[in-house]
Ligand binder design. Structure first.
Ligand code: PMP
Length: 294
């Protein structure tokens, strides 16, 4: 992914894509002092851009470092990089990390670096194709407790178990993994939040040890606007037996129906369909209309 044309914003300036490099002794690489974001561009506009940059700032603060750019400056930089790469429908990846000035666990005086990349990423699948649903398996890895890891931060280190889970699921022929938390409750997928529909009511796990996704909050609001009852509560995996519909939410996956979780089968129904198309409509609304609806 590093050998291509384009521009990446790095520490305040646009640099050629191939030159956006870090040193091998970067603290972020060795000790995971790194946080990131994932954003989507629809029709040239970044959806919920400011929320993402606020979360990047909070994620860094949770890891004990302060970004050298304000949220407004990050907004401007992201707009600049989207424009510079001529992106209409795409993905934006801001990342912030401690630099390479000192090598060791302690890195109090290391520089804080920020980069923002963006690339074209159109929607490949029609709503009809997406409604077939994906296949998932429960991961042997669990989301850690909030006093074991900084679970509210979108920290690179927390993705170690996501990649392990995802690779294991893919190795068994599944699309993604469902991760339980340290108590054995349903938590989330490897890059998305999860919702269950039981007898017309939507349920989603309380986000007390995993990311309370921006898409998750958007879809909760959308569901309420459509008149659905939605309950945030602890959910044990045994409840999948009395669940009719399951779907994931996330910036990348948007609203993605789930057809299988191991031996359980689900049929994406009216609620999933309504939220999938409702979300598609919302993200493509002009920025001002989407903002006033939010
Ligand atoms: N959980 C994890 C582990 C994720 O990586 C993501 C994607 N950022 C989400 C949930 C969903 O978050 P969002 O809706 O803000 O993209």
């Amino acid at each position: 992914f590093d050998d291509r044309d384009g521009k990446i914003w790095q520490n305040g300036q646009l640099v050629p894509w191939r030159d956006a490099k870090v040193h091998v002794l970067t603290h972020g690489l060795h000790y995971a002092s790194c946080v990131f974001e994932g954003e989507r561009v629809y029709g040239g506009n970044i959806f919920k851009m400011t929320e993402h940059h606020q979360r990047l700032q909070t994620s860094a603060e949770i890891l004990g470092f302060k970004l050298p750019y304000s949220v407004a400056e990050l907004d401007e930089a992201a707009r600049e990089v989207v424009q510079a790469n001529n992106i209409t429908d795409g993905y934006v990846r801001p990342v912030a990390w401690r630099g390479s000035e000192m090598m060791g666990v302690s890195a109090q005086n290391n520089s804080i670096n920020v980069a923002i990349a963006a690339w074209e990423w159109p929607a490949y699948f029609s709503p009809e194709a997406r409604l077939k649903g994906i296949r998932m398996t429960v991961s042997p890895w669990r989301r850690p407790a909030p006093d074991t890891a900084p679970t509210k931060s979108k920290a690179a280190g927390l993705y170690m178990i996501c990649t392990l889970s995802k690779h294991q699921a893919e190795g068994k022929g599944y699309n993604d993994a469902l991760m339980l938390d340290y108590r054995g409750r349903i938590a989330e997928a490897t890059g998305a939040n999860v919702f269950l529909v039981q007898d017309g009511v939507i349920h989603t796990p309380t986000p007390d040890c995993f990311l309370d996704g921006i898409t998750r909050r958007t879809v909760i609001q959308l569901a309420r606007e459509k008149g659905y009852e939605i309950v945030e509560r602890p959910i044990m995996p045994e409840e999948l037996a009395k669940t009719q519909e399951v779907f994931l939410t996330g910036t990348a996956v948007e609203v993605t129906p789930v057809a299988e979780i191991d031996d359980y089968r689900f049929t994406p129904g009216e609620i999933t369909k309504q939220l999938l198309t409702g979300y598609d409509e919302l993200v493509r609304r002009p920025a001002t209309a989407a903002a006033s609806a939010a």
